[in-house]
Write a protein that binds this ligand. Sequence first.
Ligand code: SF4
Ligand code: SF4
Length: 365
Amino acid sequence: MGEVYFTDSRARVMDPSEWFQPNLSLVNKLRFLIEKSGLFDFIEKNDIVAVKTHFGDRGTTKTLRSVYLRTIVKEIEKRGGRPFITETTGLGLTRDRATALGRIEIAEENGYTSQTVGAPIIIADGLLGFDFVKVPINGKNLKEIHVAKTFEHVDKIICATHFKLHMQGGIGGGIKNIGVGCVAKPSKFDLHCPNPPEINENCTECGLCVEVCPVNAIENFKINRSKCLKCTGCNEVCEYDAVTIGPWLSGADICERIVECAKGVFEVVGKENFAFINFMIDITPHCDCHPYSDNPVAPDVGIFASRDMVSVDAACLDVLKKLEANRDALTGEKKFWEWTSPEVQIEYAEKLGLGEKSYEIFTED
Ligand code: SF4
Ligand code: SF4
């Protein structure tokens, strides 16, 4: 059974004369949570510690605030660790988040700089998202995972997650932050899509895709599968809808693949070298990769922390379902899990030995 530590985001003061209570700040509560739970006790002097988060896309406004990351950074440093903040590139070659340059530019626009987070920012899969280490996992869906190369060299990972809903996977929690967020482009593609890109009969042989392909995988207007890294750059630049990609997966299919990718990351870093902090605040209906942030679907809850990736997501999903059930009774709206399968992330991750879905909650008192 996993241990999950929780601190409430509420800061209710009933007596106006007692308004000045810094301890009610969620930033301070996060610090107390880390201290009291012993969550970071596994960090040793001089450990290189990656703090994995999501910087959002251009236009998002409800990603994890930099002040929480800075607090985590300081707690790592207190224990002698050497932290950095990290993310990976997205699919594509020309869109903004597809390269480390664009990824950092948008991070800065969204308030994440080395000054605000108190540590260097490093894009884990390199300039174009092709720096990876291949890990065989022989999974039901995926046989090998392309883990972002930086993680090969870290001692510990703190997974700082803005917990929200996800259009394909149901929830975006710790499992998704590791399974999607710590892999390089080829595996990002594989988890979203079962078939490799192909050039179809619409091709005019204009040559744009040949120019953009970084690994010269397009030969005689056909994609050489043994060379293709599935970045989708050819699809991005084609003006004739001549590069077929699909189908894009959702529901149980994508959930299983996300979990298999997380298994690959665990193989590289070691399951015992992770800690997870899920921030159940600003619970938006979409992932932070959307270029906007919708209104939250539920009130803020607080922060959940655990050394067990599955337990912490299971706890958040259970709370979310209770909140959604209340909302459903009030408004008659459809519950989000009627078209997604977030439970598959939890069940399959436990089946693959990545953690336990049963948990015990400990509060800060
Ligand atoms: S960019 Fe499109 S149309 Fe041009 S060569 Fe490539 S696949 Fe064909
Ligand atoms: S052929 Fe493959 S590697 Fe080349 S641009 Fe297309 S998806 Fe990327």
